[in-house]
Structure formats: C-alpha cells, structure tokens
Design a protein around this ligand. Structure first.
Ligand code: PGA
Length: 249
C-alpha cells in the first residue's frame, strides 16, 4: 500500500499567538488536500490558539519540542501529556537546532521519543549531517547511528507509525537544497536501517520526510522520489507558498 504523504511546517521561533491565528486563516483555503497529511508544528505558546483555529480543517497541530518527564520540578518544560490535552498530535524531536544550540543528545532524544509514543503523540524524529560530515564521507554512518540510538528499545508497531525527517544541516535555512538524488540516497538508507532493525513491513510503513530549504519550486521533484514521503518545511511554511508545497503535484 502506498504511503500517505505528510507535509509539516516547522514554524520555529516565529509567530506571536495573534500572528499565528492570522497565518492559519490565510493558509486555510490553500492547504486543502485529499491525499496529503498537513501539520503545523508551532511554538508552545501558539498551540492553544492554533488548535482552535484549525478546527474543522484537514490540518493537525504539532509541537516543536517536549520533555520526557511526566510532571514536576522541570521549570520551563512542557510534558507530552500537556500537549495531548491541548489537542496536539505530532511532536518534532531532535531538530538539529535543539541538538546543536540546546545540546540535546541521543540518550535524551531516545527518552523523548519513548515518552511521546507512550502519550499517544507521533514523533517527527529529525536526523541529519553537517557539511563537514558529508565531505568526510560519513553521512550514512552518522545518520544510522542517530536512528539506531534514538529508536533504541522502541517497538516495531510504534516505529511503523513514526515520521522521520532527514534534514541535512547544511541545507537548513540556507537556500541550499540537497539534490533530489542526495535526499533520496539518505532517505533510502534510513528505510534500509529500519528494515535491518525491525522488518520489511515496518520499513515500508514508516514515513520519511526531507527537510532543508524545501520550497514551492523543488517540492514536486523531491516528493516524487520513492523513499521521500513529504517534507518538513521551515521558512516556506510561514507564507502562502506552503499551500503550493502541500499541493505539489
Ligand atoms: P528550512 O528549515 O525549510 O527553512 O530550511 C527546515 C527545518 O529546519 O525544519
């Protein structure tokens, strides 16, 4: 069975709550799609108004981060349970900005993935190499290490429903998109890694996105690749172009 495409916006640290509601209204007629799952991953403070604003549409809401503890003395953090109660369905875990600026490592990310799944959220687990790693020829080794560490101890039935986003760090926010062949090579290797760790059915069911300077002009070519099941979109998710990415065909 063909995998359903999933196009998610990663708003990052953009949009105040009132701007967020305006953007949702502006995008409403543009992101209608019968065959693509559409997700807005928004800053924590925008979650409640955005969940309200997308009611009755085909859009689901995601968070950009969460903590793995259930509750307690973790000042400033947000739990999976809080997200679920607010109507969130997806959560971005391990974005390169969190790994880099906030020093999130794979041991922590593994805990977050497990907690998200336990709470009923779908993780959008991010992985990706730096330009130096690509030039050293270690991209696939690096990505496999990230996937294996972040999914350690996660059951096949849970992995089947997961989303993985391959985001080469050198392509994020730089306007430098990976070529569709480069993106396919890594997304294919991620699927092979899942096949090795689990089985064929899990590998064929998991959805793998490409992210990194996805725009209205390159989405169709990227999403046509056999192992690319959609995109995680930063900059272009904040404008009308996002509708063209969702309706890339
Ligand atoms: P970009 O960001 O589309 O602006 O490159 C992608 C991401 O970081 O998820």
């Amino acid at each position: 069975m063909a995998r359903r495409k999933i196009v998610a916006g990663n708003w990052k640290m953009n949009m105040t709550p009132s701007q967020a509601v305006k953007l949702v209204e502006e995008l409403k007629p543009l992101v209608v799609s019968e065959d693509v799952d559409v997700v807005y991953c928004v800053p924590a403070i925008d979650i409640v108004p955005v969940v309200e604003a997308v009611k009755g549409t085909n859009v689901q809401v995601g968070a950009e981060n969460m903590y793995f503890e259930e509750k307690g003395a973790d000042t400033g953090e947000i739990s999976a349970e809080m997200l679920v109660d607010a109507g969130v369905k997806y959560v971005v875990i391990g974005h390169s900005e969190r790994r880099d600026y906030f020093k999130e490592d794979d041991v922590l990310l593994n805990k977050k993935v497990k907690k998200a799944i336990e709470a009923g959220l779908t993780p959008i687990l991010c992985c990706g190499e730096t330009l130096e790693q690509r030039e050293m020829g270690v991209t696939l080794d690096w990505i496999r290490l990230q996937i294996k560490s972040d999914l350690a101890g996660v059951a096949a039935s849970d992995v089947a429903n997961l989303v993985i986003a391959y985001e080469p760090i050198w392509a994020i926010g730089t306007g430098k998109t990976a070529t569709s062949d480069q993106a396919q090579e890594v997304c294919g290797a991620i699927r092979d890694c899942i096949r090795e760790m689990y089985d064929d059915a899990t590998a064929e069911s998991i959805r793998i996105q490409y992210g990194g300077s996805v725009n209205a002009g390159n989405a169709a070519e990227l999403f046509a690749k056999v192992d690319i099941d959609g995109g995680l979109v930063g900059g272009a998710s904040l404008k009308a172009d996002f509708g063209k990415i969702v309706n890339y065909k």
